[in-house]
Design a protein around this ligand. Structure first.
Ligand SMILES: [Zn+2]
Length: 387
C-alpha cells in the first residue's frame, strides 16, 4: 500500500506563502523556523553535543529524522542543516524538488500571513505548482478602517471589497481569523453595537471589539452565500495569540445552523484541533460544512495517526481534506504530506485487518482525502486543477 499511496497526488488545502532565506540558517534558526511559537525565547542556543535540541518536540524530531533520510545523512541537526543550506542555495529548485518528492500538485494559500503580503505570482514562481487563494477579511477591515472614520461608510466599502474579491477566479472564498481576536461564539448581527465599537477598532486593530467582528463575519457569510464561494474559518489552536477558550468549533454551531446560512459553504480550517471530534460531528450533520486537518498535520507529530482515526469516527469520507498550514519553509509542506501518508497507511491497514473494508475502498478513501474531496467540493471554481 505504501507505493500506491506515494503515487496519489496531493492538494494542500491550507498553507501560507514564504520567501527564500537570504542567509544560510544556523541550527537554532532552522529549529525556530519549524516552530509554531512566535516567541523567540522559546528556543535557546544549543549546547555542545546535546542529543535533543532544547525546546524541540516530536514534530521537530520527526522532521529531522525524515530530512536526514531524504538527504542520506545522519539525523544530527548540524549535518541536516548544513546539507539543507547547500541545497537551498537555489531555493526554487530545492522547493520544487521537495514538492515533487511529496507528489504535491496544488495549494490553497492564505496570503494574510506573513505581512507584508507576498504577491501570488512570486510564490507561484517559487513553487511551480497550481495555487488558489482565500481572502482574509481581517486585513480588509484594518485597511478600510484607516481610510474612514465613519462606520457606515466603512461597512459599505467592506462589503463591496469582499464582493469584488470573490469575482476573481483564483479566489475560492473568504477567510477569517476571528478565533485570534474575539473567539468563535458568534452573536447575531447587531449593527448598532458594531458601530459603537468602531472607534476602538480604529485605535487598536487587534482589539477584541466582539460585536464589530461578529458583524463583519456575518457580512462575509452573506457575501460568500451570494457568490456561492467558501467561508474559511480558523478553528482550534494556532499561534500564541489564539483565544483558546473560545476556539473550539462547537461555538460556531448556532451560526452554522441559522437558516439564513443553510446554503453557505463553510470550510473549518485546522478541523478544530484539539477538538477535532467536534468538527467531525459538525460536518456529519451540516451538508455544506467541510473540514481540513491542516496544522494538526504535521504539527501534532506522531499524533497524526490518532487524529485520522478520531476524525473518521464521525466525519463522512467526502468531507475531510488534507492540509498542512505550512508557513515558513517548504520542508513543512513536504513533511506534512509524508507524515500524513505514513499515518494514513497505518490507519487504513488496521481497517482492512479488522475487515471493515477491502483495499480498494481503503485506497479510494486515501484519494478522496488527499485530493478528490477538494477537487469535487470546489469543482466549479477550479481551473488548472491538474498540471
Ligand atoms: Zn494558516
Amino acid at each position: 500500500m505504501k507505493q500506491q499511496l506515494q503515487n496519489i497526488h496531493v492538494v494542500d488545502v491550507h498553507a501560507h506563502p514564504y520567501v527564500p532565506n537570504t542567509q544560510p540558517f544556523t541550527a537554532d534558526e532552522f529549529m525556530r523556523k519549524l516552530s509554531l511559537s512566535v516567541i523567540p525565547e522559546m528556543f535557546q542556543k544549543q549546547q555542545e553535543q546535546q542529543l535533543i535540541f532544547p525546546g524541540s518536540n516530536m514534530y521537530m524530531q520527526i522532521t529531522l529524522q525524515r530530512l536526514a533520510r531524504y538527504f542520506s545523512c545522519r539525523p544530527v541537526l548540524e549535518e541536516v542543516v548544513e546539507i539543507r543550506n547547500e541545497r537551498a542555495r537555489d531555493f526554487s529548485k530545492y522547493t520544487r524538488a521537495l514538492f515533487q518528492d511529496a507528489n504535491l500538485r496544488g495549494l490553497v494559500l492564505d496570503f494574510g500571513y506573513p505581512t507584508p503580503q507576498i504577491p501570488k505570482e512570486t510564490y507561484d514562481n517559487l513553487s511551480g505548482i497550481a495555487s488558489w487563494e482565500v481572502y482574509r477579511i481581517e486585513s480588509v477591515m484594518v485597511r478600510l478602517s484607516k481610510e474612514t472614520a465613519d462606520f457606515f461608510t466603512f461597512a459599505e466599502q467592506y462589503r463591496a471589497d469582499l464582493q469584488q474579491a470573490l469575482q476573481q477566479r483564483h479566489i475560492l472564498g473568504l477567510k477569517t481569523i476571528i478565533a485570534y481576536r474575539s473567539g468563535l461564539e458568534i452573536a447575531p448581527k447587531d449593527e448598532r453595537a458594531a458601530a459603537d465599537q468602531y472607534p476602538e477598532f480604529r485605535e487598536n486593530e487587534r482589539a477584541s471589539v466582539k460585536a464589530l467582528r461578529d458583524y463583519c463575519l456575518h457580512i462575509a457569510m452573506e457575501v460568500c452565500t451570494e457568490a456561492n464561494k467558501f467561508m474559511h474559518i480558523h478553528t482550534g489552536v494556532g499561534d500564541g495569540e489564539v483565544v483558546l477558550p473560545k476556539a473550539s468549533p462547537s461555538f460556531l454551531l448556532d451560526m452554522l445552523r441559522d437558516k439564513r446560512y443553510r446554503d453557505t459553504k463553510v470550510h473549518l480550517v485546522h478541523g478544530g484541533y484539539p477538538w477535532m471530534e467536534e468538527a467531525a460531528f459538525i460536518v456529519s450533520i451540516l451538508p455544506n460544512v467541510y473540514m481540513d486537518i491542516s496544522l494538526q498535520t504535521p504539527f501534532a507529530g506522531h499524533g497524526v495517526e490518532r487524529i485520522i482515526s478520531q476524525v473518521f469516527e464521525m466525519a463522512p469520507f467526502h468531507k475531510v481534506m488534507y492540509g498542512s498550514d505550512a508557513f515558513t519553509i517548504p520542508e513543512m509542506n513536504w513533511l506534512g504530506v509524508h507524515l500524513f501518508k505514513e499515518c494514513l497507511e497505518r490507519v487504513l491497514m488496521s481497517w482492512i485487518q479488522k475487515d471493515y473494508m477491502n483495499e480498494e475502498v481503503a485506497l479510494h478513501i486515501a484519494e478522496l482525502v488527499l485530493h478528490q474531496n477538494f477537487e469535487n467540493t470546489y469543482r466549479e471554481h477550479l481551473y488548472e486543477a491538474r498540471q
